[in-house]
Design a binder for this molecule. Structure first.
Ligand code: HSE
Length: 310
């Protein structure tokens, strides 16, 4: 059994436009690097080797809180040292906290010879997400752990499904402004009009069917959000223009990544994904906001091991 493991924990896109809190997908890039090793001292030590000054006290750290709940459930004393090189910028809408939470418990489970099931890992990781956003949601954690596109049919009891999907190229622009998930949740309305709900669940079902059948047109038609996007998009300068021009450039569709501020577009092929990136670059250069773009693929495996030492 390995005593030390290094993993890549990928960025994820939650919601996928119409599926607020229930749909998500994993990206090939960016990803965090995490190394977990057994320690002779019981308990958990966390070290960040990145630029983000995140808390290192385990209870206040997203990966730490997730790992502590796994360690408690293991029922035998454990000692770990976790080193995190965070590359997915916190507050980007690209599942930075989920990558930490899911990565930590995935790595521990490997060192513990797969003592826990995926469902158990998702539940431990959700305790980490709660530290970040104050709410337990799993739409970033699940694709990060399982890869591909995932559906959370229910959190209580946990019922998650990995969906089939055709090949997808994803373009992301991350305007360098911060949108806190907690703020982006607070501005949402508690109630939804029935006619909007009908449109939304038609789109969710259409998106799931489109993914399962590899029907790109149906995927594109279903990427519509009549409930969350009209409220949240106000927080993202240039959002409407980016969306319109990316669609004109050939994107299947897209919208806010998680709670923002990143915007993502799904594309059928890499050529279109690069054209869409050029559109995003032009718009944010003109608006004058710093930004970062990614052109990447759907990551069908989720977290992956890059090194193990006995
Ligand atoms: N589904 C969540 C939200 C994802 O949109 O608030 C945030 O990480």
């Amino acid at each position: 059994m390995p005593r030390k493991i290094t993993i890549k924990s990928p960025a994820t896109i939650a919601n996928l436009v119409c599926g607020f809190d229930i749909l998500g997908l994993a990206l090939e890039e960016p990803y965090d690097l995490m190394t977990l090793e057994f320690s002779d001292d019981y308990g958990l030590k966390i070290k960040h080797i990145d630029e983000y000054h995140l808390p290192e006290k385990p209870e206040d750290n997203v990966a730490g809180a997730a790992l502590l709940s796994l360690m408690e459930a293991y029922n035998k004393p454990l000692g770990f040292t976790l080193t995190i090189d965070k590359i997915i910028k916190p507050g980007s809408g690209l599942g930075s906290s989920a990558a930490s939470a899911a990565g930590g418990v995935f790595a521990a489970n490997k060192l513990l010879n797969n003592a826990f099931t995926n469902d158990e890992l998702i539940k431990f990781a959700m305790n980490g997400e709660k530290v970040a956003s104050g709410v337990k949601h799993a739409d970033n954690i699940t694709p990060c752990l399982l890869g591909g596109v995932t559906l959370i049919r229910s959190i209580h009891p946990l019922d998650v499904i990995k969906l089939n999907s055709p090949e997808l190229f994803i373009t992301v622009v991350h305007p360098q402004i911060e949108v806190k998930t907690s703020d982006a949740r607070q501005i949402l309305k508690e109630e939804v009009q029935l006619k909007k709900a009908i449109k939304q669940w038609g789109n969710i079902a259409g998106l799931v069917a489109g993914l399962m059948q590899g029907d790109y047109d149906l995927i594109g038609r279903s990427l519509e959000d009549v409930i969350i996007e009209p409220i949240r998009s106000i927080l993202i300068p240039g959002f409407d223009e980016v969306k319109l021009q990316c669609m004109q450039a050939g994107a299947l569709g897209g919208g806010i990544s998680g709670s923002g501020p990143s915007i993502f577009m799904l594309n059928k092929n890499q050529e279109t994904a690069l054209q869409v990136e050029a559109v995003m670059t032009n718009i944010y250069t003109r608006i004058g906001i710093d930004f970062k773009t990614y052109v990447t693929k759907l990551n069908s495996k989720g977290i992956s091991i890059i090194n193990e030492e006995a």
